[in-house]
Design a protein around this ligand. Sequence first.
Ligand code: ADP
Ligand code: MG
Length: 794
Amino acid sequence: MRLQSKLLLSFGSVLIAAFILVEIIGYQQTHEKMLAGLRQDAREIRAILMATRRVYQHQFVDSGLPLNEKTLGFLPAHALRRISDDFRNWSSSGLSFNNVSDRPRNPKNQADAIELEAMDWFRDHPKQKERLIPFTDQQGQSYYHFSSPIWIEEYCLKCHGDKDAAPETIRETYATSYNYQLGDLRDLMSIKLPAHFIEDEVLAQRLNEMWGHLLAFALAFGFGAWLLRRLVIQRLTLLQSAVGDLAKGDYATRVPVQGRDELCELASAFNTMAEQRQQAESLRQESEQQVRDLLDSTAEAIYGVDNEGRCTLTNPACLQMLGYPDAGELIGKALHPLIHHTKADGTPHPLDECLIDKAWRDGQATHTAEDIFWRSDGSSFPVEFSAYPIRRDGEVVGAVVTFLDITERLQNEESLRRAQKMEAVGQLTGGIAHDFNNLLGIMLGNLDFLQRLVADDEKASKRVQTTTKAALRATDLTKQLLGFSRRESKNITATDLNQVIRGMKNLIARSVTPEVEVEVQLAEGLWLTEIDRGDLQDALLNLVLNARDAMPNGGKLTIETANRVLDAIYEEQNPIADQGDYVQLAVSDNGSGIPAEALEHIFEPFFTTKPEGKGTGLGMSMVYGFTQRSKGYIKAYSEPGIGTTVRLYLPRSGDQVQESTRPTDKKTGLPRGNEVILIVDDEADLLELAKDHLETLGYHTIVAENGKQALQKLAEAEHIDLLFSDVVMPGGINGYELAEQATTKRPELKVLLTSGFTKKAIAKNGQAQFSATLLNKPYSKAELAWRVRETLDG
Ligand code: ADP
Ligand code: MG
C-alpha cells in the first residue's frame, strides 16, 4: 500500500474515531439535558398533582361531611385516581401518574413493584425528595419513573389512623385498621414518563447535529489530505524521484529546500549526498578519462590478459598494430593462439615457452627484445615486448603486456650497421690507397728516370713503358680508391647541377652504346648545391657506365634532377639522412637490376659482379664517397630484371644561382674563353687532346713538351694568361718548378697543374699554392673547361 493511502487511511480512521467519540459524548450530553428537562417537567406535574391533592383534602376536611360511600370520591387519593384515569382517556402520550400506597383504601391505588421499590428507597434515604430512574414494565415498555414521598401528617390519620380513633361517620367504612403512624411513609406520588419521549427527541437532535459534524469532519479530512499532500507526499515524491535518478546514475538532480522541517533536512542531506556523489563521480570519470587518454595516445601497444591468458583490455595502438578494427574482436579471447602462435623461424611457439604467459602464470615480469607477433591478416611483424603480472591483494589476476613494432628500428639498425661498415672500409682503403699512391709516385719517378737512361735500348725502353703504363693504371685505381675514402673535397663550390649535366651531355652520349637511349630531365629552378664539380662529374660518369653495363642489349638511361625537401618522416625512415632541402640527382636504367644480396654491397670498394678485367668495383664506392663528402647521401633502388635507380641527395647551398656572364659553349654548356694558354705535357697524345679541347672552347693555345721548352715559349710569347702543365715531366724541370720560375718572371700568370699523382707525393715547400688546385688526371673536357675557367677568373 502506498504511503499516501496509508496516511490517509490512518488520518481517516482517527477522524472517524473522533467523530464517533464526539457523537457519543454529544448523545450523552443531549440525553442528560433532556433528562434534566424531563425531571423539571415531572416536578411541575408533581406540583400540580400535589396541589390538586391538597385542595381535595382541605375541601373535604373543611366541609365537615361525613365519610361515607357518597363522599368517598372527595378523598384526595380517590380524586387523584379519577383524574389519573381520566387523563389516560384524554391523552395518548402514555404518561401516567397516581398517588399510590402500599396499604391503600382503594385497591386501585395499590403501589406496583417499581413504586414499592421507590418507597423502600425513600425510607432508606429519608432526606431525598425525589427520584428519577429508568425502568421497563412487564410489557417491555421503557419508562422513566419519577417519584416523591408523601410522609404521614396529622390530618392523614383522620382517615387512615386507628379505626376506633376515626370519626364515627366513617368508622363503618373502615375495613380494617390502617394503623398509619405519624411520620410513616405510606404514599408516593408516582409519575411514569414514557422513555420514547426522550429517546426520540435525543435521536432527532443528534441526527440534526450529526450532519453538521459529518460535513465538518469531511472538510477536515479534505483539508488534512490536502495538507498531507502538500507538506509531505508531494515533497516525498520529489525526493523519491530524485533518489531514483541518483540510483540510475543521474547525479545532477537536486531537491528544492524551503523551510526547516525534517523533510527539508532530509532533502538537504540528500542534496549534500548527491553533490558528493557527483563530485566523486566526476573525479572518477576524470581519472578514468585520464587513463583512457593515456592508453589512447601512447604509440606503445598495450593489452591486458586475465589469469587464463584471455584478453581483458586493448588500446588503439595495439589494435592498429595487430590489424583488428575494434577491441570486441579480441576481448575475452586467448591471445597466444591468435598473435603469438609461431616463432620467427616458422616453428610453433608452445604456450609453456611463452614469456607473456609466464607473467600471469608464474607472476614473473619478463622482457623480450626481439620476437614476432601475428596480425589478423596472417602477416607477422617484429616486436619488443614486456609482460608484467597484475596483482590484486597479493594474488596474480592477470598480466599487462606492452609492445612496440620494431620494424623501423631494425631497419635503422641495419642502415646504421651498413654505414658503419662503409666507414670502416673507407678508412682501411683510404690508408692503403694513400700509402700505395706514395709508393707509385716513387716508382713512376724512377721509371721516368729509367726511361731516359734506356732511351737508346728499344727493348728495355719498351719494358719500361709497359711498366709505366701498369703503374699509371695502378695510380688510377688508387685515385679511385681515394675518391671513396677521402674525407673532404678539394673544390667545393655552389654548383648548378643542371649546368654540369648539360656540359656532360656529349660525354655521356659517347660513353654509352648506340643502343642506349639517353633522356635528360632537368628540373627548372633547381637549387644550387655545395659540391666538388669534378667529383660530381666522376660520379655521374660512373653511374652512366654502370647503367650502360647493365643494358648490354640497349635500353633507356634517364638522368633527372629535382628539388627535394626531406622531412622528419623521411629522416625517421632513413636514419642516416638529415632533414632539409636537397638537390636530387637520379640515374635510372631498365637493365638487369641488382639482386637484393648484391644491393647491400655495391658501395663497397672492389665489389663487382663483372668479369675480371672489366669491373674494378670502385665506381659505386667513389660515388658513395662523393656523396658522403658532400654531406648528402645515396640510395639505390633496384628490381632484378626491371632496372635500377640510383639517387644522390646533395644538400642545398645557401648561395643564389650565379647567372654566368661568361659565354658558354652552346652545344655542351661548358664555359668558353679567348685567353692564351700555354699547355705543357710530355705525352704527345695528352698534349694534343688538351689543345683540341681548349681550342674548341675558344682559347688560343701554345704547346710545349717539357719544362725547358715551356720556359722558352714563355720568354718568346708576347702575352700568356695561363700556364697549364703536367707535373711529372722529363727534362729536369717538373711542373712545380716550372710554375715557380714562370710566375717569378710573369707574376700575373695564372697556373693550373695536372697530375696522375697526389699532390703530397711531389709538392715541395713553397709549391703548395699550385698543388692546392691540382687537376687530377685523367680529366674530362668538362672538367678541364671548368677548371681552366675558374683559374683564369681567379
Ligand atoms: P664495377 O662497375 O666496376 O663492377 P661499381 O662499383 O661501379 O663497380 O659497381 C659495383 C657493382 O654494382 C657492379 O658490379 C654491378 O653488379 C652493380 N651495379 C652498379 N650499378 C648497376 C646498375 N645500374 N645496374 C646493375 N648493376 C649495377
Ligand atoms: Mg662501375
